[in-house]
Design a protein around this ligand. Structure first.
Ligand code: URA
Length: 254
């Protein structure tokens, strides 16, 4: 972990996993603080809402049902030089369900080949998985902004309205604003740094609706947003680092 992230980890997680005590309701409810994981200098930062039951128990972000759904869809767009990801996602498209170890491997490969960092708007699990309160979002915002500043990505992907509220400071209507890119400003040493933030549905919403196949339903729109995220990333890598655009699988629209 790069030193700026390590300092934030020490401040919020600490040796016992429970260093931060800013939010009384969350401190009472949580098992541990769930920090974030990924490539320390990631190109893509994914921001979710808050840890769920599995994340709270294990201490890792996005490892429950919504996390595996997110990784499955991200992996679908694997670059053609990421051979293992390509082959497992093709098997998954034909109905194969990965083992827990393979899901871990999918996460590791996504982090390595796409340079992703996974974060949440708040670090601790709210009771009954309700949305974090305005005060809890505000209390965790400084940490969120500092993490993004430390990683300094090319693109932020906000999944669901909670991370958008945390980063944009206002509510949006996710059904009409998903698929849009917003410009956000993160405080830096010499002033604000602007980042593009693509907004899409939260995976748990997509999973709950169960609507993966109807033409304009959440599953199809979500997949198209993730495809857009990779297209934007490839553009940014080409523009800033002269990297050739990789070949990727195209989403087959219904
Ligand atoms: N939902 C989130 O938003 N984040 C997680 O880490 C898990 C579920």
């Amino acid at each position: 972990m790069a030193s700026a992230l390590k300092a934030l980890y020490d401040e919020y997680v600490g040796v016992d996993g429970n260093a931060c005590t800013r939010c009384p309701r969350l401190v009472k409810n949580r098992t541990q603080v769930v920090f974030g994981e990924g490539a320390p200098s990631a190109d893509l930062v994914i921001v979710g809402e808050a840890p769920g039951a599995t994340e709270d128990e294990i201490g890792r972000v996005f490892v429950g049902q919504s996390g595996t759904l997110l990784d499955e869809y991200l992996a679908y767009f694997a670059r053609d030089d990421a051979r293992w990801l390509m082959s497992i996602t093709r098997r998954m498209t034909s109905g194969y369900i990965p083992t827990d170890e393979e899901y871990d491997q999918i996460r590791d490969q996504l982090i390595e080949t796409e340079k992703i960092y996974y974060l949440n708007a708040v670090l601790c699990r709210p009771p009954e998985n309700v949305d974090p309160s305005k005060e809890e979002l505000a209390a965790c915002r400084d940490r969120l902004l500092k993490c993004i500043y430390a990683v300094d990505p090319l693109l932020i992907l906000a999944v669901g309205k909670v991370p958008v509220k945390a980063l944009l400071g206002k509510d949006i209507k996710i059904t009409s604003d998903r698929g849009q890119v917003f410009d956000i400003e993160i405080p830096g040493v010499t002033g604000g740094i602007r980042y593009p933030m693509l907004v899409t549905y939260h995976p748990s919403f997509v999973g709950r609706t169960g609507d993966f196949n109807s033409k304009t339903g959440p599953g199809q729109m979500w997949a198209q947003d993730l495809e857009l995220a990779f297209a934007l990333l490839d553009d940014a890598r080409a523009l800033t680092r002269d990297e050739p655009r990789p070949k990727r699988r195209k989403w087959e629209k219904k």
